[in-house]
Design a protein around this ligand. Sequence first.
Ligand SMILES: N[C@@H](CCC(=O)N[C@@H](CS)C(=O)NCC(=O)O)C(=O)O
Length: 243
Amino acid sequence: MYELHYWPTPNGKKVTILLEELGVPYDVVPCNIGRGDQFQDDFLAFSPNNRMPALLDTQPLDGGSPLGVFESGAIMIYLADKERRFIAPASDARGRNSVVQWVMWQMANQGPKTGERGHFHRLGEEAGDQSYARRRFDDEVNRCYGVLNYALSRSQYVASDDYSIADMICYPWTVGWQQQGQDIDEFPHFKRWFEALSARDAVVRGMAVGSDMGEDYSKLSAEEIERRKALLYNQRARPVRAS
Ligand SMILES: N[C@@H](CCC(=O)N[C@@H](CS)C(=O)NCC(=O)O)C(=O)O
């Protein structure tokens, strides 16, 4: 059984799309990142970067104790390898490399750049002039759409003509293309792919996981809001905890 520690964000939805595509049973354990669940010691024990998603495989192939995996790209490679779907085996060096390099591209480019773009656009005036940061990340996000469009001009899916975890990991970050200031008609190959993925039942199910999660922030006390701000903003290194 897989236990997915999850909150409904693009990084979380990459993994629910894959789990739905695989059709394997899984439990979702809410990790409310607005409340600070990601700092709980039992979570940090298998997700030391205090970020979700994180996976616990309670039935790893070695028959040992539950196996924890953090970082969405690592989780997706782990699941695809274990279930032997949506990634080529090591014996197919070209096929596997093609998928892995796009998974790495997403983790190092599309995800962080789009995330930072959103961060700098959300800041209020009290944070000062953000025009450089906004322009920088607007351009990077646009560049990433161009990279995807180029890849998709050469093959049906991101890594090749086979649907793979490379597609599933990129898709959730593109659903907000309009809010990200993109004109989808600038990227016709991307648009074809986006529409094809949006029509897949498993993608629709994966994207919907956790749509009932969330909190009514208006019900939070002033103390709780202050506690969360102190915990979540301006995060710096934490002392090593005694085990
Ligand atoms: N590279 C990581 C990024 C994960 C990540 O940034 N998760 C965010 C939510 S999308 C999070 O847990 N944030 C908690 C925090 O900022 O404290 C991955 O792909 O798994």
